[in-house]
Design a protein around this ligand. Structure first.
Ligand code: ADP
Length: 404
């Protein structure tokens, strides 16, 4: 078990002239976790989040970062805020400089980095959020999703351990929200601990490692999402609703379907339950293949030729760099979120797919597919397009890739 990075011990807080917003809360987050604080408006989510980087100091109780009680003198807070980055709900309130570069440079400059250090930090952060080339743009001319990314880059430029997002998808359209949640996954994959607040149970349920249900300044329930959201009494107490997948799985169970102990958290999990009921375990079709292409490696210029030579293939992209590569190579993307699961679903129907991914996420495809196959009794091959001497995926033009 990785170590505890943030902890609250019986913290309470009352706004001046307000009622008690946080009423004696304790919890701890481990390094690398994805945590969702879920509750209705006024539950105390924002107040609690602001305690994580010392913006709000509890009236009583203790907040700890890295096992040390948070200290509230200027120097300690400065240090804490470098390690716990906070992304506000409203990006307009976070972005202050006239250009993207200057805005993202603000944090590292304040930390006293030299010019080369600032440049390096800004370019790394902009690359992480997919905004390379936006350096000179005035932030007010950007879309809502792009502004959010500038705000995130500003926080990332200080290379924090924990990223805290207050209602990260508020104001974004569905596709912008999906892109943002995928970015959070990518940052988590790079080692960041991520905490979000939301009232959207459908968003929190499949995403979080752990969910904290909050209402009236109290923790109602804290657990893995299928347990936290699985008890209707707690969900009602928190003025929330049961996620659709859980509601559906409860109904299927009443109709004689076998629901695994770990409740379905994706369409893929749900399809597995239904297919097993209908056909027993394992697919009745010969599964398709999932080909993976690492866009950070080798020459991607011939990729579109290869894709065009496989007209039955659909393409998905994981992560910002892979999506940019697809735009560059004019490859139409079918899947941009939940890509691995969608490609597994397609493979189960006997169809092939290609996943474009940055190097850091190549392994994730194999791990997820392997875990699924183990659980379901299916066999789905994952082929790495970058590796020489791969067997051809549809018996044809893999030769072109080998010549690279
Ligand atoms: P959430 O983020 O879950 O919507 P908040 O943390 O914003 O909840 O608010 C929790 C409680 O504190 C609410 O009752 C809210 O009205 C109150 N509150 C929030 N901000 C202030 C403030 N600046 N002054 C007084 N009361 C506040």
């Amino acid at each position: 078990m990785s170590h505890i990075i943030l902890e609250a011990r019986d913290v309470r807080y009352r706004y001046p002239r307000g009622r008690e917003a946080i009423g004696g809360i304790s919890f701890h987050f481990r390094r690398g976790e994805k945590i969702a604080l879920v509750g209705p408006n006024g539950a105390g989510k924002s107040t609690l989040l602001q305690m994580f980087n010392g913006m709000i100091r509890p009236d009583s109780g203790t907040m700890l970062f890295d096992n040390e009680p948070i200290r509230y003198d200027t120097a300690s807070l400065r240090q804490l805020r470098r390690r716990v980055g906070f992304v506000l709900q409203n990006a307009d309130r976070q972005i202050i400089a006239p250009t993207v570069y200057q805005d993202v440079a603000f944090g590292p400059t304040n930390l006293g980095y030299d010019e080369a250090g600032v440049k390096e930090a800004v370019s790394t952060a902009l690359r992480q959020v997919g905004l390379v080339g936006f350096e000179r743009r005035p932030p007010h001319q950007l879309s809502g999703g792009e502004k959010k990314r500038v705000a995130i880059a500003g926080v990332l430029a200080m290379d924090p351990d924990v990223l805290v997002f207050d209602e990260p998808t508020s104001g974004l359209d569905p596709s912008g929200s999906e892109d943002l949640m995928e970015l959070l996954d990518e940052l988590n994959h790079d080692g960041k601990t991520i905490v979000i607040s939301t009232h959207d149970v459908e968003l929190a349920y499949p995403w979080a490692d752990r969910a904290i249900l909050l209402a009236d300044g109290q923790i109602i329930r804290e657990d893995v999402p299928d347990v936290a959201f699985g008890n209707t009494r707690y969900v009602r107490m928190a003025h929330l609703s049961v996620p659709t997948l859980l509601e559906l799985s409860a109904e299927l169970e009443k109709r004689g379907f076998v629901i695994p102990e770990r409740k379905p958290r994706s369409v893929l999990d749900m399809i597995h339950i239904i297919e097993s009921h209908l056909h027993g375990s394992g697919s009745h079709l010969t599964p398709g293949t999932i080909t993976v292409c690492n866009v950070d490696e080798g020459n991607t210029a011939t990729l579109s030729t290869w894709v065009n030579a496989h007209p039955d293939l659909v393409v998905g992209a994981m992560g910002t760099r892979a999506k940019q590569c697809a735009v560059q190579e004019q490859i139409a993307l079918e899947f941009t979120y939940g890509v691995i699961d969608k490609c597994i679903l397609r493979a189960l129907r006997g169809r092939d797919s290609l996943i474009l991914t940055p190097g850091s996420m190549v392994g994730r495809v194999a791990v997820r597919v392997e875990a699924y196959c183990k659980e379901s009794g299916n066999t789905i091959s994952v082929v790495n397009l970058n590796t020489a001497n791969q067997p051809p995926i549809t018996g044809s033009t893999n030769e072109e890739m080998k010549e690279e």
